[in-house]
Design a protein around this ligand. Structure first.
Ligand code: ASP
Ligand code: MG
Length: 402
């Protein structure tokens, strides 16, 4: 079998862990498999490099940032090959340039365009364990790019797709995907399986187990993923197209408190306003999530929407610059909000899920500000202070613990 194994930064944080992982890789290799390993930077390396850059420049060039951050992964792969060498296994480390991992040109947030399988394949044919840098790529200017924080997962999936690997295993410091963040919901339970679509929703809802784009890619190329612990032998969670076990109604609860609500109050009620407002925000790269528009009254209406907290300053500027033109009476911003969501492929064919979720909010005396739904997800916007309470209440009412 051809197996791609990705290990996160905490799994290779120090020499002892590097050797632990090396032994784990060796086991897979010894069993007769071809092994491609993808690594993140050790421990807090990426954060430390960002801090180093900040000591030099408040607003460093993104090209140079990528040049700097990519060094973290390069350290990991070289050290891992040294460890595998110490254990007596043939291996070779490769960076994005050596492999030929081409991305778009956007520094710090690049996307893969093409991965050449040739070099990796040649090394595998020579019976080498191939250890590849996660997180980085090369753009059409031959410059180093990075894929955004957490991007090494995406490298692993992209390589698995390019090589038509039999398995893609993502090793991390938790033993799988949970029904909720176990630090918030004590009774959270590990899932054995989850669909790509559910995982996509959870990943984008702040369940930070997998890089969002890695799940998108896995779905697109039908790469079955296993998320499991690098520290234990526990089975982990399989992420795939269809789950065969009896379909659970709800698979998880997620919370995100790094968001803000913007309300535009007293907008002239004429056609084209929403188009103008959201097109202008989009042009500035501001991603809008939940949108709510009130029924018009006295020839005016209100529109509220949520954005990432980090986009708030940019949004404020865009709104200030266009307020007159849009004819807005008043703008209201609120950072003390959180979004809590339930996700489950089973809800598409079941009624009453929303009502049950609202019942949980009511029982806990939590006020709902906004609601949004999709086929497999229901989200509510609530006060930030209520987020943990809400997640627990929802987890309980849907009996996710058993
Ligand atoms: N080292 C990068 C980060 O810390 C990429 C990754 O870990 O996946 O975001
Ligand atoms: Mg990660």
């Amino acid at each position: 079998m051809l197996i791609v194994q990705k290990f996160g930064g905490s799994s290779v944080a120090n020499p002892e862990r590097v050797f632990n992982v090396a032994r784990r890789i060796a086991e897979t290799y010894k069993a007769g498999n071809q092994v491609v390993v993808v690594l993140s930077a050790q421990g807090d390396t990426t954060d430390d490099l960002i801090a180093k850059a900040k000591e030099i420049s408040k607003n460093p060039s993104k090209r140079e940032m990528d040049m700097l951050l990519a060094t973290g992964e390069q350290q990991s792969v070289a050290l891992m090959c040294m460890a595998l060498g110490e254990l007596g296994y043939p291996c070779v480390s490769l960076n994005a340039h050596q492999v030929g991992m081409t991305t778009t040109s956007i520094y710090s947030n690049a996307r893969f365009k093409k991965i050449k399988p040739d070099r990796i394949q040649r090394e595998l044919d020579l019976k080498n364990i191939v250890v590849v840098t996660g997180f980085q790529g090369v753009n059409r200017f031959d410059d180093i790019t990075t894929l955004g924080r957490g991007g090494s997962d995406t490298t692993a999936v992209a390589i698995a797709a390019a090589l038509h690997a039999d398995k893609c295993e993502i090793y991390t410091d938790v033993d799988g995907v949970y029904t909720a963040d176990p630090r918030v919901v004590k009774s959270a339970r590990k899932l054995n399986e989850i669909t790509y679509n559910e995982m996509l929703e959870l990943a984008s809802l702040g369940a930070r187990v997998l890089h969002n784009r890695s799940v998108e890619l896995a779905k697109k190329y039908n790469v079955e993923l296993v998320v499991r612990s690098s520290l234990t032998k526990a089975e982990g969670t399989v992420v795939k197209e269809v789950c065969k076990v009896e379909r659970m109604l709800i698979s998880g609860v997620a919370g995100d408190d790094e968001i803000a609500r913007v309300s535009l109050i007293g907008i002239k009620d004429t056609p084209g306003k929403a188009f103008d407002i959201f097109a202008t925000l989009a042009k500035k790269g501001i991603n809008v999530d939940i949108i709510l528009q009130s029924i018009g009254r006295d020839k005016s209406k209100d529109i509220s929407f949520t954005i990432a907290e980090t986009a708030l300053a940019d949004a404020q500027k865009v709104i200030d610059d266009n307020k007159e033109r849009w004819g807005i009476e008043r703008v209201d911003y609120n950072e003390n909000v959180a979004k809590v969501s339930v996700v489950g492929a089973g809800m598409a064919s079941n009624s009453g899920v929303a009502a049950k979720m609202f019942e949980a909010m009511f029982n806990s005396n939590i006020n709902i500000h906004m609601i949004s739904t999709s086929e497999i997800k229901i989200s509510v916007l609530i006060d930030k202070k209520d987020m943990h309470k809400a997640m627990n209440a929802i987890h309980d009412i849907f009996n996710l613990a058993d």
